[in-house]
Design a protein around this ligand. Structure first.
Ligand code: CA
Length: 394
C-alpha cells in the first residue's frame, strides 16, 4: 500500500506545476515572436509579468452547448420590452452622437443602438475576464492556438499604443470586449476614435464604441437608407427548399411566386437581390432579407443573432412585433418574466442562486423538476407554460 501512495500523491500535485512550467515555456516562445508581431519586448515583459494561465477558458473553449435554445426563446430575451425601453433611452441620451455617426458612416441610430443592446446590454455586460490572461492561455493550450496568438499579440498592441489600459481590458473568455464586444483583431481593423481624444477606446468611450460599430457595418457592405428586410406572407404551397439567407433572387422573382408584405400589400417587383428567411420553417414567421441583413449577420455569423438586432432596430423605430406567431404552444418569455419565474422557483425551495433573469443549469434543473411534478415535458425550458402554471399555484 505504502509504495502505491507516493506515486498517487505525485500524480495529484504534478499536473498543476507541470502546466505552469509549460505555460512559462510557451510565454518565452511567444516573447521571441513579439517583435515580428509589432509588440516591443518591454511591452511584452510588462504585460505578462506574473501571468498565470486560466484553465477555465479552456473549459469554455471545449464546452458543448448542453441545451439548444429555440429561436423564440432567444428572441424573447434579446428583444423584450426592457431592452426596447433601454434602447429608446439610449437613443435619446446619445442622440447627438448617433446623428453624427449616421452622417459620417451612413448607418442609422436605431441599428447602431440595437447592436449595442444585444452585444453588451448597452454597456452593462462587458465580460469580466482579463483579456491578456485569457488570450495568453488560449495561445498556449487547446484548439485554435494560432488564431488566439494573433488576438493575444493584437491585445498587447492595443495597450502598447495607449488605446486602453491593460487593467480595463476585460471581456468574454474568447477575448471579445467592450460596448460592442469586438475581438482585438476587429478592433485593429475597424475601431475609430470618435470623441477625438486620440485613443480608440471601446470600453470607456460610448462615442468611440458607437462609431466603431457603424464603421464595422459600413465596411460589411451596409447600404444607407435601405431596410434590412421585413416580415412577409408566403403564398400557399411555398417551396421551403428555395428559402435560405444565401439563396438570393431578384425581388421580382419572389413577387412572381406570390410573396407579399405581411399586411397583404404588394411588394414593388424590382431587381434588388433578396432572400427568404424561414427561421422556424414555413409554419413560423417569414422574412424577405436584403444586403443590410447580411451586414448585420457578419457581426456574429448567426441568423438568429442578426434577426434579433434587425427586429430590435425595427422596434426602436416604433415597429410592431412579428405578426405570425412562432410554431410553439409554449412561447418564450422576456427577462422580467424570467426573473419572476426564478422567484417562483426560489419560493418553492429550489436552490437556484440569485434572481438574475439568466437561465443557467441550476434554474433549468429546477424547471425540469417542476415540469415533471406537473406532468409536463421535462425539458428545463423557461417558457410561458411553466411560468403560468407556477403563478396559478402560488
Ligand atoms: Ca477616443
Amino acid at each position: 500500500m505504502k509504495t502505491l501512495l507516493l506515486p498517487l500523491l505525485l500524480l495529484a500535485v504534478a499536473p498543476a506545476a507541470h502546466a505552469n512550467a509549460d505555460f512559462a515555456a510557451c510565454l518565452s516562445r511567444l516573447r521571441a515572436e513579439a517583435p515580428s508581431n509589432q509588440v516591443h519586448p518591454d511591452t511584452f515583459d510588462r504585460l505578462t509579468a506574473g501571468l498565470a494561465p486560466d484553465p477555465t477558458v479552456l473549459e469554455a473553449l471545449d464546452r458543448q452547448p448542453e441545451f439548444v435554445t429555440p429561436i423564440w426563446d432567444y428572441l424573447a430575451a434579446l428583444v423584450d420590452q426592457e431592452r426596447i425601453d433601454d434602447g429608446a433611452a439610449a437613443l435619446k441620451e446619445w442622440g447627438a452622437v448617433l446623428d453624427k455617426v449616421a452622417a459620417e458612416y451612413g448607418v442609422d441610430p436605431a441599428t447602431v443602438v440595437a447592436v449595442w443592446g444585444v452585444e453588451s446590454n448597452f454597456g452593462r455586460n462587458f465580460g469580466s475576464r482579463p483579456l491578456i490572461t485569457s488570450l495568453a492561455t488560449l495561445s498556449c493550450e487547446g484548439r485554435r492556438q494560432s488564431f488566439f496568438r494573433g488576438e493575444f499579440f493584437t491585445t498587447l498592441r492595443i495597450v502598447q499604443e495607449g488605446h486602453i489600459a491593460a487593467e480595463r481590458l476585460t471581456g468574454s473568455w474568447a477575448g471579445a470586449f467592450g460596448h460592442t464586444q469586438f475581438m482585438p483583431s476587429t478592433f485593429m481593423r475597424v475601431a475609430v476614435d470618435f470623441d477625438g481624444d486620440g485613443r480608440r477606446d471601446l470600453i470607456d468611450s460610448v462615442p468611440d464604441a458607437l462609431a466603431s460599430t457603424a464603421n464595422y457595418l459600413k465596411r460589411a457592405g451596409w447600404r444607407t437608407g435601405e431596410t434590412w428586410g421585413y416580415e412577409i406572407r408566403l403564398p400557399a404551397g411555398f417551396d421551403e427548399s428555395i428559402a435560405g439567407r444565401k439563396a438570393r433572387r431578384p425581388v421580382s422573382d419572389w413577387v412572381r411566386m406570390g410573396v407579399r408584405r405581411i399586411d397583404g400589400s404588394p411588394i414593388a417587383p424590382d431587381d434588388t437581390s433578396a432572400a427568404v428567411l424561414l427561421p422556424a420553417g414555413v409554419a413560423g414567421p417569414a422574412f424577405l432579407v436584403f444586403r443590410n441583413f447580411n451586414a448585420i449577420y457578419s457581426y456574429n455569423a448567426a441568423e438568429s443573432y442578426a434577426l434579433a438586432i434587425a427586429h430590435l432596430s425595427d422596434r426602436l423605430r416604433g415597429g410592431a412585433p412579428f405578426v405570425i406567431a412562432w410554431p410553439t404552444d409554449d412561447p418564450g418569455i422576456g427577462r422580467n418574466e424570467r426573473r419572476e419565474l426564478q422567484q417562483l422557483l426560489l419560493d418553492r425551495g429550489h436552490d437556484i442562486g440569485e434572481v438574475d433573469g439568466m437561465i443557467g443549469s441550476r434554474t433549468r434543473a429546477a424547471i425540469a423538476e417542476e415540469q415533471t411534478r406537473l406532468g409536463f415535458e421535462a425539458n428545463g425550458r423557461a417558457g410561458r407554460k411553466i411560468l403560468e402554471a407556477l403563478k396559478a399555484a402560488r
